[in-house]
Design a protein around this ligand. Structure first.
Ligand SMILES: [Zn+2]
Length: 222
């Protein structure tokens, strides 16, 4: 762990469950892939306007990239920067294309009984902070998820993570916001690393000061 990060204690995102936090503008959150195998879905909401949320479609326009690199910001549906990727010790493989898993996804995968899912984890995490979200939001930033664009430029291949134990990213808040995470419960489609596709814990840590401040990219203007 880099010692120049100043922040709170590590908090567990239990396997198959969600956790949400509040960040003030300028604070950051470190998302740690404890075992190196876990996909972590992420959403963010403007704390002063819960109807505005981190939007993957608008973010791809802003950055002119399929997936973010350090210095890229995520923007809301109303196109305000909400989070910026300020550090990434992982191989940099993340995903903004794939909808978060939900109950219906597991029904379609053949589950006969309810399966834990990222959509419900988002709502559970926010409800633990006393917030009931106005709508479902399947468009998540899928941290550490390995979705590979194929050479034809349009086909996607779903692969297990390539992350190492302890790899982390840091997301800085550009406004007061709520940020929710889900340690994805997917154990049918092979996305979690290490071959056994077993959902495992991840961790987060709120950083109040001292994290790197790379120059910001974007927005891209035609
Ligand atoms: Zn999921």
């Amino acid at each position: 762990m880099d010692t120049h990060f100043m922040g709170g204690e590590r908090q567990r995102i239990p396997a198959r469950h969600g956790k949400a936090i509040f960040l003030r503008a300028g604070e950051a959150v470190q998302v740690i892939n404890t075992h190196g195998t876990q996909v972590v879905d992420c959403w963010a909401y403007d704390a002063t306007n819960m109807g505005d949320y981190m939007c993957m479609e608008a973010t791809r326009v802003w950055n002119q990239r399929l997936n973010p690199v350090v210095g890229d910001s995520f923007i809301t549906a109303l196109r305000h920067p909400i989070l910026t990727l300020v550090a990434d010790t992982s191989p940099g493989v993340h995903d903004t294309f794939m909808a978060a898993c939900d109950a219906r996804r597991y029904e379609l995968l053949g589950c006969k009984t309810p399966h834990r899912n990222c959509h419900d984890n988002l709502h559970e995490g926010m409800q633990a902070l006393g917030i009931t979200l106005p709508h479902g939001n399947l468009a998540s930033f899928n941290i550490f998820m390995n979705i590979q664009v194929q050479p034809d430029g349009r086909s996607l291949k779903t692969l297990p993570t390539v992350t190492r134990p302890g790899d982390y990213i840091v997301l800085r808040a550009e406004m007061d916001c709520y940020v929710a995470f889900s340690a994805c419960p997917q154990d049918i489609v092979s996305i979690q690393g290490q071959g056994d596709n077993t959902p495992r814990d991840a961790e987060l840590r709120v950083l109040t000061d001292g994290f790197p401040q790379p120059p910001l990219q974007g927005p891209w203007v035609p």
